[in-house]
Write a protein that binds this ligand. Structure first.
Ligand SMILES: Cc1ncc(COP(=O)(O)O)c(C=O)c1O
Length: 401
């Protein structure tokens, strides 16, 4: 925490959040829940014989990433070359960029780090001939002494990235072979989370979830792609099969986990680490995860009966997959958390949240809220206090977005 950060109120270790020692709005992270989630997910992976490279983009916070590695994670997943270098500087030895990396400056960053440290174990994804060609080119330009290690991403029509057809897969693997070991295929990957979107949308809209499971058949397809590549001698025996966000990793574990050793299954879940009170509360396959993020705010105005405005908004809370969820309230100068009869956030402005409520809420009361979708919470806060069970700040996390 820098000198400038020390000036920010959130950095005051020992301050009491319920005791009104700190200005609001404030996003806090509950230490017990965080520690619990890290341990629970790691033991899930250990019990099922799969490895975990938590997605670092969720938090981009060295304190959390180090705790995940210390807790047994195989490595850290990221989305960009810059995040890879940052996570490296936080102490990650093994980094997987879950994207095709293109562009000379991006590849230069990664090549320089690979050349500088022999123990840096880097992986990323490819889905096109052009992507492989850029890698081969960068390999020669930076005189890399090791091959780029890549996973072939498999996608589906209308999805996001990834090779969708056998023809596309053949073209990419032919380009890898032609690279003469500048690029080495070490695994197959996908992100099934996007196939879960209908389930997700139904859940956030409070509608019944569709019965049809789109994820499992697609995961079987991915295993067949990998088996063919292995049979053709294009993958090593201990290749990596990687999938898994935080909503359907049970299906990844079941389908990929059925492929015989020495194949290594790698999950990349990110949001499990803080869980939430919205989207992931509805979708998680792992009972027992605890929501670790809380947003504290004052009621700043009650302009008409039953409608309050809170002193936070889009600048402070995620709103892409559900709005914040009011949990409890506190009276001025009281640390007692009281239940809320009925309260729902209906709209967010930059610095206002509209809340419909019943009961006797007053201006100056505080409302504690859960959030939905952790990824879009962390990037809004440079510093996030970690609080113990009674709301005292015990540590401060910094984030790097
Ligand atoms: C490629 C990839 N892998 C893993 C994840 C992590 O999923 P989740 O955010 O559900 O934990 C994401 C999230 O967007 C992703 O894009």
């Amino acid at each position: 925490v820098s000198d400038r950060d020390q000036m920010l109120p959130a950095a005051r270790i020992g301050a009491s959040v319920p005791g009104e020692d700190l200005p609001l709005p404030l996003l806090v992270l509950k230490r017990t829940a965080l520690d619990h989630n890290i341990a629970l997910m790691q033991s899930y992976c250990d019990e099922h014989g799969v490895q975990l490279a938590p997605h670092g983009k969720t938090t981009m916070s060295p304190g959390i990433l180090r705790a995940q590695i210390a807790g047994g994670a195989w490595g850290i997943t990221v989305a960009t070359a810059q995040q890879a270098i940052l996570c490296r500087s936080f102490g990650a030895r093994r980094v997987i960029v879950a994207n095709q990396v293109v562009g000379a400056p991006n590849l230069a960053l990664l090549a320089q780090e690979l050349n500088a440290s022999v123990d840096f174990d880097l992986y990323f994804w490819v889905d096109s001939v052009e992507g492989v060609a850029e890698l081969a080119d960068a390999h020669a330009r930076h005189q890399l002494t090791r091959p780029w290690q890549v996973l072939l991403e498999v996608g589906w029509p209308g999805g996001r990235t990834g090779a969708q057809t056998q023809e596309a897969i053949d073209r990419v693997t032919a380009a890898i072979t032609a690279s003469e070991d500048a690029v080495r295929l070490v695994g197959v990957s996908t992100f099934e989370g996007l196939l879960d979107v209908p389930r997700l949308k139904a859940s956030t809209a409070g509608q019944p979830r569709p019965e049809r499971d789109e994820v499992t058949p697609f995961l079987h397809h991915v295993t067949r792609v990998a088996a063919h590549l292995r049979a053709a001698g294009l993958l090593p025996a201990d290749y990596i099969l990687s999938g898994g966000g935080s909503s359907a990793f049970d299906k990844v574990t079941t389908v990929f986990g059925a492929v015989e050793a020495p194949v290594r299954v790698l999950l990349r879940s990110g949001c499990y680490v803080t869980h939430d009170h919205g989207m992931y509360a509805m979708l998680t396959p792992l009972a027992g995860l605890r929501p670790a993020l809380e947003l504290w705010s004052y009621i700043t105005s009650i302009p008409e009966p039953g409608r309050a405005f809170l002193g936070f908004g889009k600048r402070d809370a995620p709103y892409d997959h559900g709005l914040p969820v009011p949990l409890s309230r506190l009276r001025p100068r009281s640390t007692e958390r009281l239940s809320l009869a009925e309260a729902v956030i209906t709209d967010l402005h930059d610095h206002h949240a509209a809340m419909n409520f019943t009961g006797d809420l007053r201006v100056g009361d505080r409302v504690v809220l859960g959030i939905s979708h952790p990824c879009a919470a962390f990037d809004r806060w440079r510093l996030i206090p970690i609080v113990d069970d009674d709301g005292t700040v015990v540590d401060v996390l910094d984030t790097y977005f």
